[in-house]
Design a protein around this ligand. Structure first.
Ligand SMILES: O=P(O)(O)OC[C@H]1O[C@](O)(CO)[C@@H](O)[C@@H]1O
Length: 234
């Protein structure tokens, strides 16, 4: 694992942008794996403000809530439109189909998409408990796309975005750990004190199912990009 630490999240995101920019310059970024959440927002902003052109590239997203339409403001599809695709459209952008409750059909279809579009660079955030995508602790390392029941803490955290508690998604489709590890290169972004322990365990801890991020120690090309706070326990 290569570790890059910068003083602030914006400076760290600029280092991540440099990697994206270099891969694009070398025409080595045909398929980009994208994350949602707050962590990648600064990187996406810098991409939007750049002269990079993704119109010949494909994107695949890590996860999507079950039961939300792509037009629902709370969906990850909408999140990506707002924060990246409106300014930087890709040739094609794939998400697990959150509108289809048939988990077997959705996951098989998404695994086929991932097999047909090998990921050149996967952008990752990480949860406080070390989850990557929606792969919570205990997820098997050989997992592919699957449906997960969201934890109570995730449901509660999301509830603030919904009028009616019944509308809060209880499930999500997520790329599995094996899907993520199949990427040629991975950038793991983490900012803030709240991620310092997850980063410590991910980078220096034992490789264990209890810390999904720790599996990245087994990947040949991972760059961990941190601000000082998230690097605080390394
Ligand atoms: O970047 P944030 O908002 O801290 O989210 C951390 C992680 O949680 C998720 O949003 C899933 O809950 C991941 O996609 C993300 O990497």
């Amino acid at each position: 694992m290569k570790i890059i630490t910068a003083k602030t999240a914006t400076e760290a995101s600029a280092r991540a942008f440099d990697i994206v920019n270099e891969l694009m310059r070398r025409d080595q970024l045909q398929v980009m794996g994208l994350a949602t959440g707050s962590t990648p927002l600064d990187l996406y902003k810098q991409i939007c403000e750049s002269n990079l052109d993704f119109s010949r590239c494909t994107s695949v997203n890590l996860d999507e809530y079950v039961g939300l339409k792509p037009t629902d403001p709370q969906s990850y599809h909408y999140f990506m439109q707002e924060h990246l695709f409106n300014a930087k459209p890709f040739k094609e952008s794939f998400f697990p189909d959150g509108t289809n409750p048939d988990a077997g059909e959705v996951t098989r279809k998404y695994d086929r998409i991932l097999a047909q579009h090998p990921i050149d660079l996967q952008i990752l955030g990480i949860g406080r408990n070390g989850h990557i995508g929606f792969n919570e602790p205990g997820t098997l390392f050989d997992s592919h796309t699957h449906r997960v029941a969201l934890t109570a803490s995730t449901i509660n955290a999301n509830a603030r975005f919904f009028e009616n508690p019944d509308e809060v998604p209880r499930y999500a489709y997520t790329m599995g750990i094996a899907s993520i590890m199949a990427a040629k290169r991975i950038i793991l972004l983490a900012f803030g004190d709240a991620k310092a322990e997850a980063i410590r365990q991910t980078v220096n801890g034992p490789v264990t199912l209890e810390v999904p991020g720790s599996v990245l120690q087994r990947h040949p090309d991972v760059t961990v990009v941190l601000d000082e706070a998230a690097a605080g326990r390394l």
